[in-house]
Write a protein that binds this ligand. Structure first.
Ligand SMILES: Cc1cc2nc3c(=O)[nH]c(=O)nc-3n(C[C@H](O)[C@H](O)[C@H](O)COP(=O)(O)OP(=O)(O)OC[C@H]3O[C@@H](n4cnc5c(N)ncnc54)[C@H](O)[C@@H]3O)c2cc1C
Length: 335
């Protein structure tokens, strides 16, 4: 049985792992944080959970739409008209989709959480060993490696292939400051989801988490809102103190609605340094046949079904993960 290492348990890495396991390969999935999901993230708090990464996605290709229908039948995602036409969200939270994908993988998946891969080293006589951030060399010996992390972080891991590494270095992700805020009174804004329609300089969009499809009612809970700053404002204020980010975004929100907001019962901020890729690469994924080293994630697969269309980040992660898994399955024999 061939052994494949997948680095990163976001939607792209989970997709590679699922496809390769189904094809009979032995997969080890390395994830630096405490659980799978990556930017399909949910933050727990005393006021309830917040989907503070991707708030949802809109399938655009026929292949992804068919996959989403399967997830919908399984109850892992649901349509959420409150967020906009065609929007789909994880149920009961965005991170639940990744949790379901991870647990739905065939038993035997070796998922190593809190394991940060720092570098790839050649194995002997062939293949790969993984150097971890704490300096240890992982015991595994792998026939192929799939790197499924944001482009800027992938560049270092892909150093053994100078052109793949350069492709990732040239790919730019935009940052996003995100504020999670809750009010205990039954405060209702005139909208449940709001997207800036003018050239707003601070806020890009806002959604009300507790009112979304499939969110369980929490007794006595607050109304929970997630505010996203624009990429430009986020880039200009990467080092701002979280308390100042919270104040700036909530003030901009109140101004946009023309209301006075009471002090919130909960407020937190998170800076996504690599939130979204505005210009993904055209190739479905990256693959070096002789090194048996590949890359996938939202930096890849810019092409949709229709000419000129670009699928969203969640969809690109899935499409490119699937493309890389198929490439690896063609190249690496099961024996
Ligand atoms: C605020 C925000 C809003 C968004 N809005 C939308 C939207 O509306 N629609 C949409 O389609 N997309 C949206 N996105 C983008 C979408 O979330 C991503 O494009 C998609 O989730 C990327 O998946 P991925 O698997 O490629 O990467 P990720 O989800 O980033 O997964 C990579 C994983 O790799 C792990 N990792 C990184 N380095 C290492 C290492 N060295 N060793 C081990 N593990 C490592 C990370 O911890 C992470 O879990 C949004 C993202 C953010 C942050």
């Amino acid at each position: 049985m061939s052994r494949i290492a997948v680095i990163g348990a976001g939607l792209a890495g989970l997709t590679v792992a699922a496809e390769l396991q189904a094809a009979g390969h032995a997969v080890t999935l390395f994830e630096k944080s405490r659980g799978p999901g990556g930017r399909c993230a949910t933050r727990r708090s005393a006021a309830g959970p917040f989907d503070h990464g991707a708030p949802g996605f809109v399938p655009s290709t026929a292949a992804f739409a068919a996959q989403v229908q399967d997830w919908q039948r399984a109850g892992w995602v649901a349509a959420d008209p409150s967020a906009g036409t065609g929007q789909v969200i994880g149920v009961p939270s965005m991170n639940a989709l990744a949790q379901q994908l991870a647990s739905g993988l065939r038993t035997g998946l070796d998922l190593r959480v809190e394991t940060h891969v720092a570098a790839l080293e050649p194995g002997a006589p062939a293949g790969w060993r993984l150097r971890l951030l704490d300096g240890r060399l992982d015991a595994g010996h792998f026939d192929a490696v799939a790197v499924a992390v944001p482009a800027e972080q992938a560049a270092a891991l892909l150093a053994p292939d100078a052109s793949l590494a350069e492709a990732m270095r040239l790919t730019r992700s935009e940052p996003c400051w995100t504020v999670m805020v809750a009010w205990s009174d039954p405060w209702t804004a005139p909208v449940a989801a709001w997207v800036a329609t003018d050239h707003a300089s601070v806020l890009a969009r806002v959604h009300r988490d507790d009112a979304r499809t499939g969110r369980p009612a929490l007794a006595g809970s607050a109304s929970r809102w997630v505010l996203h700053a624009t990429p430009q404002w986020s880039a200009d204020h990467l080092d701002m103190a979280p308390a100042d980010v919270i104040a700036t975004l909530t003030t901009a929100w109140a101004k946009a609605l023309g209301v006075r907001l009471a002090p919130p019962v909960h407020a937190a901020a998170h800076c996504w340094r690599y939130a979204q890729v505005p210009d993904a690469r055209a190739e479905p994924c990256g693959w070096n046949e002789s090194l048996r080293l590949g890359a996938c994630g939202d930096a890849w697969h810019a092409a949709g079904d229709a000419a000129g269309s670009q699928p969203g980040g969640v969809e690109r992660a899935w499409l490119s993960g699937r493309a890389l898994a198929r490439q690896i399955a063609l190249s690496v024999s099961l024996a």
